[in-house]
Every structure is written in C-alpha cells, then in structure tokens.
Design a protein around this ligand. Structure first.
Ligand code: MSP
Length: 670
C-alpha cells in the first residue's frame, strides 16, 4: 500500500454479445478492489467501457439489420444496466466511438508515425474476425479454422500500415526483466517472455476492407486496426491527447486487469506502442484465469455462459460477488456452478458471518435491552486470543489483497469469524444469562463479540458491500462501512451506538434441492450438474462404445496378443484441461503442467513435450490423461498422471490427443 493514487482498468468489452458472468467477473473484481482501496483512503479511479469498432461489430449490427452506432448504443446500455444491477460503481465509461477517444488514437498514431515506427506495406494472411487477430496458420486453399473459435478464417491480401514491433523485442525483454511485477502472475510472465524471446514480427495495424473504425490520419482509405484503437482507451479516458479530461498526470500508470485470452495484446503490443511514443508503460498487467463451465471457458463462443438474469432471480449481489472472489483463485481458471454458489452461501455466509451477527445481536437484544455492553479493561486469556485473531485477520486480509490474492484474504477474514463464533460457543452466554452473579462475565462475552463483529463487518465491506451496510445499521452504528478505514479503527475505541436496530438474518439458508430443481427445469443454460443440450444429445447415441465392444468380444478368453475389456478397464483415461504450463529448469524436454481433472484439486503432471509445445500452446487445451498411474518423481517434481499423445514421424514428434467437441473435465474415456 502506501501509494497516493490508484488507477485500475477492466478490458473494454466488445459490443457483439450480451454481457454475461465472464464479463461481470473482471468488472466485479475491479470494483471490489477499488472499494477496498477507497476504504483505506487511496485516491482511486476505476475505468471500464466498450470496444465498438471492427469487423465483428459490423457483422453483429448487420445481423440485427440496424445502423452500427444504434447497435452499439443498445449493447452499451445493456452492459451498463448489467453492471449497475450488480452494484458495480465505475468512475468512467469509455467508448471507442467517443470523439475524444478517436482524437487520442489519431494523436498516438501520428506520434508513432513521426518517430518512424509506422510504415506502409502489404499484408497477406489469415484473419479471425472474432479474435480480431491475424493467425499464423498454414494453408492457402480452403479456409482454415480459427483454433479458438473453430470458424473459418478470412483471407486478407491488401495494403496495410505496419508497426515496427520487431524492433521492440529488446526493450520489451528489458522491461519484463527490470520490472518483475509488470506481468503477473509469474506463469503468465514466463509465457510472455518466452513468446517475445522467440522473436517478434511487425504488426499490421490498418485494414482497407474494414470500414467500421477510425480512419488512418491522412489516408482515410485505411481503417485503424481495432486492437490498436482499443488499447489506447486506457489513456484517452484520462484525457491524454484530448481536451475532454485532465486526469492523466494524476492517475497514470494503470493496473490493467485482463483475462488470459488477451494477454499478448496487453503485455506485448500495448507497452510497445507506449514505449514507441515515449509514454510510461502501465504499472502492472494482472492476468486472471477463465471462469469455466464443464471445463470449458464460459462465453458466447460455446454458448455456455451463466446468464445474469438467472443469477439475479435466486442470488443477491453480495452472494454472487463473494462466491466469485472466494471460490476462484484469482489468476487461475475456476469452475463455477449454481450448486457451488448455493454451498458457499449456506456454509460461509449463512453459517458464517450471518449466524455470527444474528446470534450476537439477538443476545444483546434479549439480555441487554438492545444496548451493546461496554468492553471492560480486564480481559481473560480467551478474550485476548480473540483480539489477537482479529488483528491477525486484518493484517492477512491486507497482505493478500495487496497481491490480489482475494480468496486468501477472504479466508483470513473468515478465520476471524470462526474464532469469535467459537468464543461465543465456549463461553455459553445463554447459561451465564441465567445466573445473576455472572452478569459481568456475560457483559464481557457480548461486548467482545460485538466489537469483533464491528471490526469484521468493516473488513469484509468491499466483498459484501450491501450486507455490511445492513449489518452496520442492525448493530446501531452510524456512517457507512465502506467509508471507514478498518486500519484506523482501533479495537475497543469508544463508538457512538445507541441501541441495535431491527435484526433480520443477513443470509437465510438456501434450499439447494428446491432451487436446483427450479433452475434445471426453467433455465435454457442449465447448471453444470445437469446435462447441457450437447451432452443430452450424446446420451441418445445408441450404445456406449465400451458395451458394444464387450458384447462383440464376448466375456472371456481373448486371443493371446489381444487384451480383454477388463484389462483396458484398468486404465483410467479422463478428459482434463491444462490450467498452467511452464518449462522445467534444466530439463529441455519437460513441461510442468497443472491440469484440472474435475477433481477437488488440480493435479501436477510432467510431460516430455517441451521440444514441440511451448507452454502457451498447451494452456487451455483439453487433453486426455491416464488418471490412475502411480505417481513418480522427475527432476524432484512429482508427476500424478500421464497425458496421451500420438507419436508421429521418425523422430516421434508428440501430437496431443484431444476432442472434437465439448467434454467436461473428468469425463471417463471408455
Ligand atoms: N474488446 C476486447 C478487449 C479490449 S481491451 C483493450 C475483448 N473483449 S471481450 O468482450 O471479449 O472481453 C474479454 C474479457 O472479458 C476477458 O479478458 C475477461 O476479462 C472477460 N471474460 C470474458 N469471458 C470470461 C470468462 N469466461 N472468464 C473470465 N473472464 C472472462 O476481448
């Protein structure tokens, strides 16, 4: 901490799809972080917005049959409404169709051109309109498919302006080297370093065939490439290069929060543009993982996103925010399900903070006429243990939040909740209340619980903004938790409290069976516990392969060079997604992978594929793993399974086995 100002951004979202939980994820995290910083007195600025140019938007508007800007306006309204409904409070919304943004883009282009970083040439290659990216794929005939979207790529052969990205290899590597925090977490930093170390090609930054965009200064037949245009939002929104705002000197450089899908744009292209123009690069790019459903990235491409309307029908904003921050380790991929959300609500919110608040306040109402008793000087060992734990929770919460480890920070706060709960249970105030001689002891128990609750409600306010205010009012306290700095709130300092307000349970228990049945029957996008459209189709296929085989082979005595079905059944093959990958130092062939097999915890697997696959090529891939192989150690690291690959050609080049359609992690192959 200790910084004077804090500027944080989300990606700006394409206006070619409705907002879903994936978009809300980054925005909710950034909102929580901003609330956290502000609560601690840091002058903060939170930017979000929309990316409105390019071929994918052109196509979306065409499909609707309405003018481009009208289409963009409509989707912008949907995004704003969705974020507003989630209780997100951004400071500015940037649109790439804003006049001041366009002015900044032209200005930056002109500076880069004047400095000799832009030249005109010819481009020929394959382009994905959904990624907005040229793809390095083979094949001149027929359209190859985008490896991400599985849709045909467009062949582009036209005059184009280029940015001399190739000249930035050294400066970029120096940047990553001198500022290890520039790209975080480390797995992403390593990925980027290895990509840039492999050499950079000049980047095509204009298109003749795309009309919907900002014209190139002095050459209006060319339209500026959307990513060049979009990245600049982070400074146009502050008023760099335009007269609309004057916040650049106050807030730049930024912390950019982005998903791993757009890593390269933010950690390679963007700092190169800035370095080229002589502008300070961002403070940090923090790259988070993907929300998954059934092991696949949630999003419009697969149509498997959790719809916000369904969520709002059953869950409050605080429940949604808490679940995402607590459940998914920030930086890693995480599976999200309605069941998981209900479980967290019941165990952490209802049984955790909700229960602590209602039992404390109810006893104060019943035994002390609603007037919280004062803390006394003399405190026994148990009380100081509670105080120590609260201090510890506050310290660890800050420590973890300062490195964006939200789930750990929340865990630390909940350790405080659990400690106070135990203190109440051990002290048995309901027994003390029956004994007039134990009045003083009863006072201490409830005074300590009340004070601990006050500290904890303040601490968790950025994560539970609505509930913290409700609880604060139930506790009879004035002001708003989000405006009170927990670090300036000393244990036991006198507080202005008259009497507690009306007590209502903050988080009533949810009936999981009932809610799941409702969601499953009503929702077009079912929970992960039920079958999605595709999966149910698969179920209808005639006979499972294994039973067909066994019927044909007969139950016993396979010929000696063949194995029986029972032998095959011993091998447990399962679908998995690679979450992380990195080279193993001093082992040229080995990659260390962390894979999600649909189990409680991801597994580590070592694979001898490093000579043929770069770490960034395998992250996100769906693979097949031998799940029941005995663990073994390689280079001091334990490998818990083996991945399947074909061995191709004389040199036995490995080619990873994968699937032709969506398969959930953990699905058994048989
Ligand atoms: N317009 C570009 C970004 C330009 S930034 C200068 C873009 N837009 S997007 O609409 O596709 O949004 C991508 C971002 O949305 C991801 O980087 C991530 O922040 C968020 N997410 C979208 N789906 C997501 C998940 N399934 N999980 C987590 N975040 C997701 O790319």
């Amino acid at each position: 901490m200790g910084e004077k100002t804090f500027y944080v951004t989300t990606p700006i979202y394409y206006v070619n799809a409705k907002p879903h939980l994936g978009h809300a994820y980054t925005t909710l995290v950034v909102d929580t972080l901003t609330k956290y910083k502000r609560q601690r007195g840091v002058d903060s600025f939170f930017l979000t917005g929309t990316d409105e140019h390019g071929i994918n938007i052109e196509r979306a508007a065409e499909a609707k049959g309405i003018p481009l800007l009208q289409h963009a306006d409509e989707v912008v309204d949907e995004f704003k409404a969705a974020f507003g409904r989630l209780g997100i409070k951004y400071d500015r919304w940037i649109r790439t169709t804003d006049a001041h943004h366009e002015a900044t883009v032209r200005k930056l282009w002109t500076i880069l051109e004047e400095r000799g970083w832009i030249y005109k040439g010819n481009y020929e290659g394959w382009f994905c309109g959904y990624c907005n990216e040229f793809k390095d794929v083979e094949g001149e005939e027929g359209s190859p498919l985008c490896p991400i979207h599985q849709r045909p790529l467009d062949r582009v052969a036209e005059e184009s302006y280029f940015f001399r990205l190739s000249e930035f290899q050294k400066p970029l590597l120096e940047l990553y080297e001198s500022r290890p925090d520039f790209v975080q977490p480390d797995v992403r930093r390593n990925e980027v370093i290895s990509f840039v170390s492999g050499g950079l090609k000049d980047l095509s930054i204009s298109r003749v065939s795309v009309k919907w965009g900002i014209p190139v200064p002095n050459d209006p037949g060319h339209t500026i490439y959307v990513w060049f245009d979009a990245l600049i939002n982070y400074i146009s929104a502050l008023g760099w290069g335009n007269d609309r705002y004057h916040d650049f000197d106050r807030y730049w450089p930024a912390l950019h929060m982005v998903g791993k899908d757009i890593l390269r744009f933010h950690t390679v292209y963007w700092p190169a543009f800035l370095l080229g123009a002589g502008i300070e690069p961002p403070k940090m790019v923090f790259v988070h993982g993907m929300l998954l459903r059934g092991g696949q990235k949630m999003g419009k491409t697969l149509g498997n996103a959790i719809q916000l309307e369904v969520l709002h029908q059953y869950f409050s904003n605080d429940q949604i925010r808490y679940y995402l921050l607590r459940e998914v380790v920030f930086g890693q991929d995480g599976e999200v399900t309605y069941q998981g959300l209900i479980d967290r609500v019941n165990s952490d919110l209802a049984d955790g903070i909700g229960n602590l608040a209602s039992r404390t306040l109810t006893m104060i109402r019943n035994y002390f006429d609603g007037k919280p008793p004062r803390l006394r000087e003399s405190q026994n060992g148990d009380v100081s243990e509670v105080i120590r734990q609260i201090e510890e929770s506050k310290k660890r919460f800050d420590l973890e939040f300062s490195v964006l480890n939200f789930s750990r920070g929340i865990e630390a706060a909940w350790a405080g909740i659990a400690r106070v709960d135990k203190f109440i249970t051990d002290s048995r105030p309901w027994v003390l209340a029956k004994d007039p001689a134990a009045r003083e002891q009863l006072e201490t128990v409830l005074a300590v619980s009340y004070e601990a609750l006050r500290q904890l409600v303040l601490l968790v306010a950025p994560v539970l903004p609505d509930t913290s205010l409700e609880l604060w009012q139930q506790m009879g306290l004035s002001g708003e938790p989000l405006r009170i700095n927990p670090n300036e709130t000393i244990w036991g300092a006198p507080v202005d409290v008259s009497a507690i307000g009306q007590i209502t349970p903050a988080f009533p228990k949810m009936d999981k069976g009932k809610i799941m049945a409702e969601i499953d029957s009503s929702s077009a996008t079912p929970s992960s516990g039920s079958l999605s459209g595709d999966e149910s189709k698969k179920q209808e296929s005639p006979v499972p392969v294994a039973s067909r085989t066994s019927a044909a082979a007969g139950p016993s005595s396979p010929p000696s060079d063949k194995i029986g079905i029972d032998d095959f059944a011993k091998v447990e093959l399962r679908a998995a997604t690679v979450l992380e990958a990195e080279r193993v130092p001093k082992a040229d062939k080995l990659l260390r992978l962390v894979v999600d097999l649909g189990e409680e915890k991801p597994r580590q697997i070592l694979a001898g594929i490093a000579e043929h696959y770069a770490p960034e090529d395998v992250v996100g891939k769906k693979i097949i793993v031998v799940a029941n192989l005995a663990p073994r150690k390689l280079r001091g690291l334990e490998s818990n399974g083996m991945l399947l690959a074909a061995s191709v050609g004389d040199e036995g080049r490995p080619v990873l086995a994968t699937f032709g359609e969506e398969v959930p992690n953990g699905a058994r192959l048989k």
